[in-house]
Ligand binder design. Structure first.
Ligand SMILES: Nc1nc2c(ncn2[C@@H]2O[C@H](COP(=O)(O)OP(=O)(O)O)[C@@H](O)[C@H]2O)c(=O)[nH]1
Ligand SMILES: [Mg+2]
Length: 353
């Protein structure tokens, strides 16, 4: 699960990268260099703490996202396919960090920045589509398969020219399979993070708010508001002060946590949980994953030797107070290999090797 942070320079990407990955990279460090940085970010999950209180494990392991901090897209570069986009092709989802605070660059123009970025991504996809089309039609004869591909490509072309993102097209499985190899940018799940100053964050206000929210709804893009610089200061406080700070702000979760959770959900991930004295852990799986395949996330031997999954929903386990009591009350079910895993299932796989 690779997540690319994109946006104009000085919009707060590295600040948010540091917050997400609990790193401390100098925000001035790129200095014209054009390389991406990557690190793992935990996906916060309060259920893990509750389980840890039951099991006192040696280790608590949250699900993780790999975050890529991409050098900024500069204004001068807009208007054609950008080299920065190459680094972005291989990620699974995009987070567009949008400057919503005033800075040495002037007043924020979040709507314009969003529109520019969307245009940039569309142009890049359009470029890919046209290249592919030329390659097919440039040959002597087109095969049946190529004709089928051309029909799909024409649809993509039309959609992109009409300002539609490709993730909104209703494509059948064949078409989806065909285009999955292209790494289209507007096919990737996208989230907009509006990075705000304290006051704007408290008020939930920023320029062109209504228009941006409307656009997000049209494109089905989640919007997360956060206050990057403020959150960075908050990070330096000890836990009790931080809690007070958050209460004062009227939030129960940091913006960082909301960004990670939003991406995770938008990518279609849920977590099953394992709990024991050794480790309490969240395992990411795509919605709709079946028990046997889920077992394979832990170890291929468990998938191969799969017998049954013992499952208790997290809430039921907490209510019962212990696994033993959950068992007594008949809350622990035995499921077979085709059981569709649910978010928050606490699982023990039975297997033999
Ligand atoms: N006022 C304000 N400044 C911020 C915020 N987030 C980041 N900054 C500052 O903006 C500058 C650029 O941030 P940086 O994370 O390096 O942006 P990047 O170029 O997109 O990676 C730094 O000086 C940050 O301290 C914010 O929410 N409010
Ligand atoms: Mg940066």
């Amino acid at each position: 699960m690779d997540i690319g942070l994109i946006g104009l320079p000085r919009s707060g990407k590295t600040t948010i990268f540091n917050l997400l990955t609990q790193q401390n990279v100098d925000t001035h460090a790129f200095g014209g260099r054009a390389e991406s940085r990557r690190a793992l970010a935990p996906v916060p999950d309060t259920r893990l703490d509750r389980l840890a209180a039951l099991y006192h494990p040696r280790k608590v392991t949250p699900a993780q996202l790999q975050v890529v901090d991409v050098p900024g897209l500069s204004r001068q570069e807009t208007g054609g396919p950008n080299r920065f986009l190459n680094d972005v092709r291989l990620v699974d989802a995009l987070v567009h960090v949008v400057r919503g605070f005033s800075s040495e660059l002037g007043e924020p123009t979040p709507l314009k920045d969003i529109e520019d970025m969307e245009l940039e991504l569309s142009l890049s996809d359009l470029d890919l589509v046209e290249k592919r089309k030329d390659r097919i039609t440039g040959g002597k004869k087109t095969t049946k398969e190529q004709q089928a591909e051309l029909a799909i490509i024409d649809r993509l072309h039309e959609a992109l020219e009409n300002g539609q993102r490709l993730d909104q097209l209703d494509l059948d499985d064949d078409a989806k399979k065909l285009i999955s190899g292209y790494q289209f940018l507007t096919l990737k799940p996208m989230i907009w993070v509006i990075n705000l100053d304290d006051e704007a964050f408290r008020a939930g206000e920023f320029p062109d708010r209504e228009k941006i929210l409307q656009l997000a709804e049209t494109h089905r893009i989640p919007v997360v508001l956060m206050a990057g610089a403020l959150e960075q200061e908050m990070q330096e406080l000890d836990p009790a002060d931080r809690l007070e700070f958050m209460q004062d702000l009227g939030i129960t979760e940091t913006g960082t946590a909301r960004v990670a959770t939003a991406i995770y959900g938008h990518l279609g991930y849920i977590s099953f949980l394992t709990a024991g004295e050794d480790e309490v852990r969240a395992w990411p799986i795509l919605q709709g994953t079946r028990a046997k395949e889920a077992a394979g996330k832990i170890h291929s031997d468990i998938e191969r030797g799969f017998i049954r999954a013992e499952i208790v929903p997290f809430e039921a386990l907490i209510e019962a107070g212990s696994m033993a009591r959950a068992r007594e009350r008949g809350l622990v079910r035995l499921e077979g290999k085709d059981y569709v895993m649910q978010d928050g299932d606490v699982v023990n796989f039975r297997f033999n090797v």
